[in-house]
Design a protein around this ligand. Structure first.
Ligand code: ZN
Ligand code: ZN
Length: 381
């Protein structure tokens, strides 16, 4: 099949910015040198523009995982334009298709199944999506957002003003315009490009699949380190309406911390989280599938799988009881501030169920590790 024509503008943008970042910037570094102020500004703008994509384009606009104050929106819209990844409207439209048809080569705009290069950058170099380029039907909600439409209609000007205006102004303040534009402008842009592109490429090939193997997305703490927390991509693809990607408090997800932090001062609200019950159950289901697949080659497979299934069913039952009681307890606690008989009784039941679910979980995990590490007997020659 003939490949679609090249998109000249995109190729030029990538080629020129890469040439400056990889050739001009090192030459400048050795001949003129960069000051601490220039390096610090670059780092700040790297986080600002990268997280405008992850917190803004991605978690706010594409997935509506939280609500934000208009001032926050304008700042994220400018930061996102400064990351040069097309307008919010266009980016979100592509991204919603990516989630909907993930890994379907002729639909997913950056399908990882078409290879690393394609999902990283290749998809932007040719007219692969020409048939739906101006079709924003899947973003009707965003078309009502004034900030989104303002950014979409003035995109090129905002890109130019933000990338050259802001960096040149900061350079002027610092006494060297060109040095600042080179490092905080162009070098920072190329860096942000690749780390965010890694979310479509690397985060779909490298890592574990603890929640689902229905798509190629992976969880990887190392990838999270340089993608502003988006390396927990397996979780994200199954629970896309959660404002967090790394759900544990210790998982590096600065985007989640930013969104949460802003909520404390009232600038963001309605932060959506997936109920713990659904997360725990998805994880256990994935373990059941892995264990069953592993066991299916055993000579007494049916019998062993039945036992595993039984423990799994028990775990599901105990989880359902536990979370239902937890929910009831929370409601009662809200209603009766003082201790009441109902509350005491529920507290007791809750603790009992919590213990039961922990016990069953430990039993299940032991069984899971045992079955997945089992050495299968060699087949007779
Ligand atoms: Zn993805
Ligand atoms: Zn997403």
């Amino acid at each position: 099949m003939k490949k679609p024509p090249f998109i000249l503008l995109n190729i030029l943008v990538f080629a020129i910015t890469s040439a400056i970042a990889f050739i001009a910037v090192p030459i400048w570094a050795f001949t003129v040198g960069f000051s601490a102020v220039e390096i610090a500004t670059t780092l700040v703008l790297f986080f600002f523009t990268g997280m405008s994509i992850t917190a803004g384009y991605h978690r706010l606009w594409s997935h509506k995982t939280y609500q934000a104050n208009p001032i926050v929106k304008v700042i994220l819209a400018i930061g996102g334009a400064m990351a040069v990844q097309n307008s919010i409207l266009h980016w979100a439209s592509d991204h919603r298709v990516h989630h909907r048809h993930v890994d379907v080569n002729d639909k997913d705009p950056y399908s990882a199944k078409r290879g690393f290069w394609f999902s990283h950058m290749g998809w932007m170099l040719r007219e692969y999506q020409a048939h739906r380029y101006d079709n924003y039907e899947n973003c009707r909600d965003l078309q009502k957002d004034k900030v989104v439409m303002w950014q979409h209609n003035h995109y090129i000007w905002i890109v130019l003003a933000a990338n050259f205006g802001i960096t040149a102004f900061l350079g002027w303040l610092n006494g060297n315009i060109l040095g600042m534009v080179l490092l905080a402008g162009v070098f920072r842009l190329v860096a942000v490009h690749h780390v965010t592109f890694f979310i479509n490429s690397l985060a779909h090939v490298w890592g574990k699949q603890p929640y689902t193997d229905a798509n190629s997305a992976r969880d990887n703490g190392v990838v999270a380190l340089f993608t502003f927390g988006e390396g927990y991509h397996n979780y994200h693809h199954i629970f896309e309406y959660d404002y967090r990607n790394g759900i544990r408090w210790w998982q590096y997800d600065p985007t989640k911390w930013l969104i949460r932090g802003l909520s404390f001062i009232g600038l963001t609200w309605d932060l959506r989280r997936t109920p713990e019950e659904r997360i725990e159950k998805a994880k256990a289901k994935m373990q059941l599938d892995t264990a069953t697949a592993k066991l299916s080659d055993l000579p007494n497979a049916e019998e062993v799988i039945q036992k595993v299934q039984l423990e799994y069913d028990l775990l599901m039952q105990k989880m359902s009881d536990y979370y239902a009681t937890k929910k009831r307890m929370m409601n009662v606690r809200k209603k009766y501030l003082k201790r009441s008989f109902e509350r005491l009784e529920l507290d007791f039941k809750y603790k009992e169920l919590q213990q039961a679910v922990e016990l069953q979980k430990a039993k299940w995990l032991k069984l899971y590790h045992l079955t997945t590490r089992i050495e299968l007997p060699a087949l007779p020659a």
